[in-house]
Design a protein around this ligand. Structure first.
Ligand SMILES: NC(=O)C1=CN([C@@H]2O[C@H](COP(=O)(O)OP(=O)(O)OC[C@H]3O[C@@H](n4cnc5c(N)ncnc54)[C@H](OP(=O)(O)O)[C@@H]3O)[C@@H](O)[C@H]2O)[C@@H](O)CC1
Ligand SMILES: Nc1ncnc2c1ncn2[C@@H]1O[C@H](COP(=O)(O)OP(=O)(O)O)[C@@H](O)[C@H]1O
Ligand SMILES: [K+]
Length: 480
């Protein structure tokens, strides 16, 4: 299914429900601590482990992990923020399992070690680390964190103050927003989520082919191109045609049967001289686009379309048609003074793909007032009435019904001109073949990120499309 994303508060509620139904909470903590030890031992098999325990459940996991690591013949030292005698509940029971010495946290600062197990505080932390905990966070070194790196707010994904920076983080049941959203994700390193017998339900998932493989478009054995959908991409004026062509070619690679660039008359020559498999059709005004949309499953408008009244009229005309519409870039910016007039026209099967700058022009301070980027995208999708894909290192895709998918399958090498145009084309190409909008967006983001990773350093947007056939072949289980 892809890993579910739950907030720390939802995790507490899920735990309470399970405990209420009769499960022993210490058994759950034992499973958690054991999973921590196994995670650390499997991936960091060498050297002395310095276990830092906090006063609550996170520290409890740390004590259990310490005992387990010692059984695996690891050299372990344990340090605790409070006296062992001051621990209560499950944390006290966990500490009792650790037979070795428990030293005051201050002594950890100078103690030799190879790797730190950070079991100070979990994702529900409500105030910044101070004193010795803060000093240890700032010490650096090799760290594995329990639940989240201490000092990070699991819900907002923001550091509350000084925080640990981990090479690996092990959490429980599902992921927390901080494991995927920036800046928290960059403090987590490799993230594992252990099953500790707490079932969780969520409307938010980490992007994974498992979420959409079942609805991936595939040409029928006896199919023909018209059955694979027609995508049309609106070109900008003669001086700005490349963006639309990047989208169009990506759409064709994604598998749309027919792709047409809709060109203003003045840009026909330049578009014609650059297009081969992608077709070309002239349009002269919004009326022509509305007519053209009747022969298309999906229309893309925005990439280098121009921030002009004409672009706005073109969007409004397209939204009268039955085709699904993907709005990007200029098609969003032209509504910055009147977003409501756009929102009232959008339908749940349409999609917008803003980066944060474009997003703020439409949704104002929503990006700063919602608790995290998942909620930002969710609220935007509800407000706009369409699917919203909010780009970045952590791309969040949300539908008006509350479903959300976070894509981190990408690479910073994608931060280059035109990468977003390729993404728009991929998504629209999948939609043209009948894929539901949310799933098409998730697949588009994943394929785009995978293509970016395959190119790596030196990536320019033109490089992306040529990796799409191999990626799609692999997804379809065919030999590339
Ligand atoms: N059975 C379960 O529930 C399971 C839980 N599990 C584990 O439990 C973890 C959650 O445990 P938790 O709720 O006890 O929270 P945790 O972060 O360990 O400590 C909170 C304590 O710290 C204190 N405190 C806070 N900030 C502070 C500061 N800056 N400086 C100093 N003190 C500070 C705070 O004090 P207070 O704010 O109340 O004054 C409170 O006493 C979770 O991450 C997972 O690892 C797993 O085992 C699965 C089963
Ligand atoms: N640091 C990053 N890590 C991963 N992906 C990134 C990063 N920065 C940008 N991207 C991706 O690169 C693309 C850039 O799109 P966009 O900003 O619209 O560029 P353009 O308008 O030039 O096409 C988006 O898919 C975005 O998610
Ligand atoms: K921690």
């Amino acid at each position: 299914m892809g890993r579910p994303i739950i907030t720390p508060q939802e995790m507490v509620a899920a735990e309470q429900a399970v405990f209420k139904a009769g499960t022993n909470s210490f058994d759950v903590m034992t499973r958690a601590g054991t999973a921590v030890a196994e995670f650390l031992h499997a991936r960091w098999p060498e050297g002395k482990v310095q276990v830092l325990c906090g006063p609550g459940g996170n520290g409890g996991d740390g004590f259990i992990a310490a005992a387990r690591l010692a059984k695996l013949w690891r050299d372990v030292e344990v340090f605790c923020l409070v006296e062992k005698s001051a621990l209560t509940g499950d944390a006290a029971k966990a500490a009792a399992l650790w037979e070795g010495e428990v030293q005051p946290l201050e002594q950890a600062l100078e103690a030799p070690h190879a790797i730190v197990l950070d079991a100070l505080f979990g994702g529900g932390l409500s105030r910044p680390l101070e004193g010795i905990a803060a000093a240890l966070a700032e010490r650096g070194g090799r760290v594995v964190s329990v639940d989240v790196p201490s000092g990070i707010d699991g819900l907002t994904a923001k550091p509350l103050g000084p925080c640990f920076r981990a090479e690996g983080t092990i959490t429980f049941a599902g992921l927390r927003p901080a494991h995927l959203l920036q800046p928290g994700a960059s403090y987590c390193g490799l993230v594992a989520a252990a099953d500790i017998g707490i079932p969780v339900q969520s409307q938010a998932f980490e992007n994974s082919p498992m979420l959409w493989a079942g609805v991936m478009p595939r040409p029928g054995e006896d199919g023909y191109k018209h059955q694979r959908g027609h995508l049309k991409v609106v070109s900008g004026p003669a001086s700005a045609t490349g963006a639309a062509r990047l989208s169009a070619t990506a759409g064709l690679r994604a598998g749309a049967g027919l792709v047409t660039v809709m060109s203003p008359p003045g840009a026909m020559t330049v578009n014609a001289s650059h297009l081969t498999a992608v077709m070309l059709q002239v349009f002269d005004g919004a009326g022509d686009l509305e007519t053209a949309a009747k022969q298309a499953q999906v229309m893309v408008i925005g990439p280098a379309a121009g921030i002009t009244p004409a672009t706005r009229a073109n969007v409004e005309a397209l939204l009268k048609s039955n085709a699904r519409i993907l709005l990007d870039a200029d098609a969003l910016t032209v509504f910055d003074s009147a977003p409501a007039s756009l929102f009232k026209r959008l339908r749940p099967h349409d999609i917008m793909t803003p980066h944060m700058g474009e997003f703020k022009r439409l949704f104002g301070d929503l990006a700063d007032t919602a608790v995290n980027k998942i909620e930002v995208a969710r609220k935007a999708a509800q407000t706009a009435g369409c699917v919203v894909l909010l780009k970045g290192a952590d791309t969040v895709i949300a539908a008006p019904d509350g479903r959300a998918i976070v894509n981190t399958h990408a690479t910073p090498w994608l931060a280059t001109a035109g990468a977003g145009d390729v993404l728009a084309g991929l998504i629209a190409g999948f939609m043209a073949q009948g894929m539901p909008t949310l799933e098409a967006a998730a697949m588009g983001a994943w394929v785009h990120g995978e293509a970016g990773r395959r190119v790596g350093a030196g990536l320019i947007s033109e490089d992306l499309e040529r990796h799409v056939p191999d990626i799609l072949s692999a997804l379809h289980g065919e030999i590339a």
